[in-house]
Ligand binder design. Structure first.
Ligand SMILES: Nc1ncnc2c1ncn2[C@@H]1O[C@H](COP(=O)(O)OP(=O)(O)OP(=O)(O)O)[C@@H](O)[C@H]1O
Ligand SMILES: [Mg+2]
Length: 287
């Protein structure tokens, strides 16, 4: 699989089909009245194949959320376009779902009503959506809690519910912004395996944001390494670890080598002048 970053090489278009993503010269400059603009992201070119699992890793402020928001049209790019299945992405596209770091469940609705909400909003609350909700609640061990309210659930269970909610409209593309960051390591490992099981069964295209290199390697086909000030893609690497992934693979030499490679790349880019030497003319973030 080929990839290009902002250095200029352009990929051939992603093989089109259910859930292909083509990111073409997508950049973001935030303008704020009374302050200098912030170059949150330099142009990114990246093609993601249908059913591929891609993670974005990088330190705070490197533009991961900004990029994810542009992939579902919650934010307009300053330059470039995002194509999903060959067409410009539009907000509220039922084929694209997003799960955030916080589960954002409605506290006055039951788990079942929460997970059915996107289907209701999109006027697609049909038998298919109800069946999918049932299956997904079953798979994620939430079936016995479907009539409970969010405050009666643990953090991990709430996060599971938010993932079920993101999948209930049967999207082709699932975007996830640090969905497990607030959880303890044990719960996160469990949810990593659950997510992989769901992905293997349903083959969504997943773009997954994390600060956790090991998590990115464990889950992904490819990892996009990003750096801040200005936000940019440094490299995109293929993960050579075979599937199906199992927890004990985290101790394999191959796994550890790829984790080390990503960490080194991130460390090399995080020196005090790393961003400036690559892009001296750009505005620094005002903190
Ligand atoms: N609405 C906004 N207005 C101005 N600047 C913004 C806005 N949103 C984000 N930024 C800036 O854009 C840059 C990228 O932010 P973004 O939230 O995409 O980073 P991130 O990689 O998701 O960080 P984190 O890991 O902390 O979530 C940062 O410098 C941030 O301060
Ligand atoms: Mg973020």
């Amino acid at each position: 699989m080929t990839t290009s970053v902002h250095t200029g090489r352009i990929d051939p278009p992603a093989q089109q089909g259910r859930g292909s993503i083509d990111i073409r010269g997508v950049s973001k400059l935030y303008r704020r009245a009374g302050s200098p603009p912030v170059q949150a992201l330099l142009p990114v070119n990246l093609s993601i194949a249908p059913g591929e699992f891609v993670s974005l890793v990088g330190p705070s402020g490197c533009g991961k959320t900004t990029l994810l928001m542009m992939l579902c049209d919650l934010l307009d790019p300053t330059t470039g376009t995002v194509l999903i299945d060959g067409r410009p992405v539009l907000a509220a596209d039922p084929t694209v779902s997003i799960a955030f770091q916080k589960p954002t469940l409605l506290r006055w609705k039951t788990v079942l009503d929460n997970v059915l909400l996107p289907a209701r909003i999109m006027h697609k609350l049909d038998e298919g959506a109800r069946r999918r909700a049932d299956e997904l609640l079953q798979i994620t061990g939430l079936n016995a809690f479907k009539d409970r309210y969010p405050h009666e659930l643990s953090g991990g269970m709430q996060q599971r519910a938010s993932i079920v909610r993101a999948l209930v409209t049967d999207p082709n593309v699932l975007l996830m912004d640090e969905p497990f960051a607030a959880l303890d390591e044990f719960t996160r490992d469990l949810l990593n395996d659950e997510l992989l099981r769901l992905w293997t069964n349903r083959r969504k295209t997943v773009v997954f944001v994390t600060h956790n290199i090991s998590e990115a390697v464990y889950l992904s086909d490819r990892v996009v390494i990003m750096a801040p000030r200005p936000g940019r893609v440094l490299d995109v690497i293929d993960i050579p670890v075979p599937r199906p992934r199992r927890a004990e693979m985290r101790d394999d030499i191959e796994f550890m080598q790829v984790v080390r490679r990503i960490r080194t790349s991130l460390n090399d880019s995080s020196g005090p002048t790393a961003g400036e030497t690559k892009q001296p003319a750009l505005v620094e973030e005002q903190s």
